[in-house]
Structure formats: structure tokens, C-alpha cells
Design a protein around this ligand. Structure first.
Ligand code: CTP
Length: 413
């Protein structure tokens, strides 16, 4: 997990009451970092632990970090005369269950209230965020998926777990989401409702493109699409009317976004041109393949002795094409660099006629393709560059939108 001092700099949770539910996943120890980050950001954090969580981490840790009593039993009454499982959820602005086991999700989804946490969760009328953490076979079990879907359909929010090595020694999905992702989800929910993009039309490109060699092979790159998807999602949350042209990714369509899926650079260009006219703001986060095979074989290429030479030709630079026809539209590009970051990014800004370029060092560990976080420098056409600390892609998306709306957007008169 990341150091919380690097997170959400300047984000203020003062005056917010947060219930942190901790359950018996091996990731329970990570809840201490979550509690600590939320407290440092000014929140009044109240921890409720299940019995299983107490076997993994001590309640004294949370008491010390939050300076509040930790609730363990449904009959606990830290304030005499107050029924804690009702009074606490009533005054909470948000309830976060992290880590959440299959057991707690199943109980809540089925209305079982047999301990302090499940009881408080069913009493709560504030937004509830659930960050699952469990073995991948449990997480992908149809019963667990059914329980999560039930809660999602009822409006409960999930912070999807990551994939990787799990404590049980297996590899797969089920790791508790990163600290930065959890904290930014909390911030987004608590500061949600910012609707400063209402009526503004955005066109976003995302993901890689694939340039076919033959029916089973292609030329592409490592882009996961996460940055573009985060921007599209954030803009839609803020009221924007968002169309996203996406290359092939594993990501689900962001809520409220009109998604057009394409494969090749040529298909992306065509879809962008088709949707360009109404767009007020274009954000080009796609990692478009710069070259494609001159010929695509109709049949699978059979291997031969010796070399295979692939002849590649340039694809069209989509952003440069938009730059030539942009008029008064706001045009934002990304620059993926491994050296002379600012200089190369500024050159792209001028050559492609951009208003803003977001430069990132793709050679940085944790600042590269596929990661949930990134370290970027914002270089506007006019004004000073801004070097941002490592942030989650969701935070970067919101921060870019903050910059655009305050520095670049001029509302039509
Ligand atoms: N871009 C695009 N079409 C391309 C290549 C890039 O629209 N064929 C856009 C990207 O979406 C990004 C910006 O141009 O917003 C810069 O992309 P990047 O890959 O960093 O640079 P390139 O222009 O491809 O230059 P180079 O590969 O030489 O760094």
C-alpha cells in the first residue's frame, strides 16, 4: 500500500464522520493505514470490528489511531443512554467496509444483522462503500457475485479489488484495492455532487489500438485504458455528456458514458471524426499504435525457416488531425515519455495544436501503463507547468477536469 502522505494532498475531510467496518480478511491490517489516512485528512473515524477481524488485528490499534472507542459488540454503548448501532450510523456521512469478506457481503445482502457491523450497515442511510478482499475463487463464486450484484442494484458502492498474489499463495483477483483507490473513492463520495460539467460535451479516447498482422496476431502496446476511462467516468459524474472511443480493454463501460469500441487506429480516427462536431472538449488519452503492418494476411501466417520481415507503415496521428480542425474546441493530449519529459511534451503540445498536455514518465515504477496510479506533469499552452505527486488515476482525472474548468473553459455567452 502507498504512503498516505502522498495521497489526496489538500483534500479536506474535516467535519465528516466516517464509520470504518473491519472484517476478518487477512488484509485487516491494511485498515489501520486507511483509518490513519482518513484521520489525517480531518475525518472523525469510528471503527467497528467483527469478531474475526479482532483475531487478525488488535482493536487498540484503531482506538489509538482514531481516538475513538472501537465498537465490537452490538450491546456496546460508549455513550451512556445512546444506542450505538443506531446513533452512530445516523450521524455518519459515510460507511466504509474495508476489507469486506464474502461473509459480511453475504450477510448484509440477505438482511442478516447478527453483530455490530451488520446491524449498523442495515441501519445506515448514508452512502456505504464496500471494498472486498478475499480468495479469488471466493470472489468469482457465483453466490458471492450474486450477493454483490444484489447490493449494487440497491445502490451500494463497491471498490473493486485488484489482482495479483493473494495471501493464500494463489494468484488472481481479490486483493484489497490500493489505499489511494480507497481513499479517493471516499473523497469522491463525500465530495460528490460537484456538477460543474453539466451540459458540456466531451469526447475522450482511451486504451490501445490493435493493428492486425493476420487473423490471430496484432501490433499493439501495454495501455490498459484506465486513465481514459477514469476521465470519462469523472466527467460523466460531474454532469458532462461524454462519448468515449475506446480501443480494446478489459474495463467495463463507465456509467453514463456513451462508449464506442474500436480496434484499429483507422477505426478510432473514423469514430473520432464522426463524433467531433458536437464536442466542446476533446481529451486524447488513447495510446494509438504509431505503426501498422502494410498488409494484413487473410490467413494465419505459417512459420518458415529464418526471418519474418514485417513491413510497417505509419498510422494517422488522430490528435494532430483534430488539432488542425479544432476551432474553439479545447484540446488536451497526453505525452507518454521516457526521457526529456517536459521538452518532448511541450513539442507535442505545439505540433498538435493542443491547449494542454499531460506528460507522464512511462519508465517510472508505478507511473506507467496498467498501474492504478500515475505521476504526471500538466503543461498548459499558457502558464506554468504543474508537477503533481503520485495520485490514483481517478484523482488525476478529477484534477485535470478541475484545471480545465477553472483555467480553460469559457462558458458560451
Ligand atoms: N496520438 C494520436 N494518434 C496517434 C498517436 C498519438 O491521437 N497516432 C495522441 C495520443 O492519444 C496522445 C498524444 O497523441 O494524446 C501523444 O501520444 P504519444 O504516444 O505520447 O506520442 P506520439 O505523438 O505517438 O509521439 P512519439 O511516439 O514519437 O513519442
Amino acid at each position: 500500500m502507498q504512503n498516505d502522505q502522498e495521497l489526496c494532498l489538500g483534500t479536506d475531510l474535516a467535519g465528516k464522520t466516517i464509520i470504518l467496518g473491519v472484517t476478518g480478511s487477512i488484509a485487516a491490517y491494511k485498515a489501520a493505514e486507511i483509518a490513519s489516512s482518513l484521520v489525517k485528512m480531518g475525518a472523525d473515524v469510528h471503527v467497528i470490528m467483527t469478531e474475526a477481524a479482532c483475531r487478525l488485528v488488535g482493536s487498540a490499534t484503531f482506538r489509538a489511531l482514531t481516538r475513538n472507542p472501537v465498537l465490537l459488540d452490538v450491546f456496546d454503548e460508549p455513550q451512556s443512554g445512546e444506542i450505538a448501532h443506531v446513533a452512530l450510523p445516523e450521524k455518519a456521512d459515510l460507511m466504509l467496509i474495508a476489507p469486506a469478506t464474502a461473509n459480511i457481503i453475504g450477510k448484509i445482502a440477505n438482511g442478516i444483522a447478527d453483530d455490530m457491523l451488520t446491524t449498523a450497515a442495515l441501519v445506515a442511510r448514508c452512502p456505504v462503500l464496500i471494498a472486498p478482499a478475499m480468495n479469488s475463487r471466493m470472489y468469482t463464486n457465483a453466490v458471492v457475485i450474486g450477493n454483490m450484484d444484489r447490493l449494487k442494484n440497491l445502490g451500494w458502492n463497491f471498490i473493486e479489488p485488484g489482482a495479483g498474489w493473494l495471501a493464500c499463495g494463489e494468484e488472481g483477483v481479490g486483493r484489497l484495492a490500493d489505499l489511494s483507490t480507497i481513499v479517493s473513492a471516499v473523497v469522491a463520495v463525500l465530495h460528490g455532487g460537484k456538477k460543474d460539467y453539466v451540459g458540456i460535451k466531451l469526447l475522450v479516447t482511451a486504451g490501445p489500438t490493435r493493428e492486425p498482422v493476420d487473423p490471430v496476431r496484432f501490433v499493439s502496446n501495454y495501455s490498459s485504458g484506465k486513465m481514459g476511462y477514469a476521465i470519462a467516468e469523472a466527467a460523466a459524474e460531474r454532469g458532462g455528456i461524454v462519448t468515449m472511443v475506446s480501443g480494446p480493454t478489459d474495463l467495463p463501460d463507465p456509467p453514463g458514458v456513451n462508449v464506442i469500441r474500436v480496434q484499429t487506429a483507422k477505426e478510432m480516427l473514423d469514430a473520432v471524426i464522426d463524433n467531433l462536431l458536437p464536442a466542446d472538449i476533446i481529451i486524447s488519452a488513447a495510446a494509438v499504435a504509431d505503426y501498422r503492418p502494410v498488409e494484413k494476411a487473410d490467413q494465419k501466417l505459417k512459420k518458415e525457416q529464418g526471418w519474418l520481415r514485417l513491413e510497417l507503415e505509419r498510422t494517422e496521428d488522430i490528435l494532430r488531425r483534430i488539432g488542425e480542425m479544432k476551432g474553439s474546441k479545447i484540446l488536451i493530449g497526453f505525452a507518454a515519455e521516457t526521457e526529456n519529459i517536459e521538452e518532448n511534451a511541450r513539442r507535442k503540445l505545439l505540433e498538435k495544436n493542443l491547449d494542454l498536455v499531460v506528460a507522464n514518465d512511462v519508465s517510472e515504477p508505478g507511473g506507467a501503463f496498467g498501474s492504478d496510479t500515475n505521476i504526471v506533469t500538466l503543461i498548459p499552452r499558457e502558464g506554468e507547468p504543474q508537477n503533481w505527486p503520485r495520485m490514483s488515476k481517478r484523482e488525476i482525472a478529477h484534477a485535470i477536469l478541475d484545471y480545465v474548468i477553472t483555467h480553460l473553459w469559457e462558458a458560451p455567452i
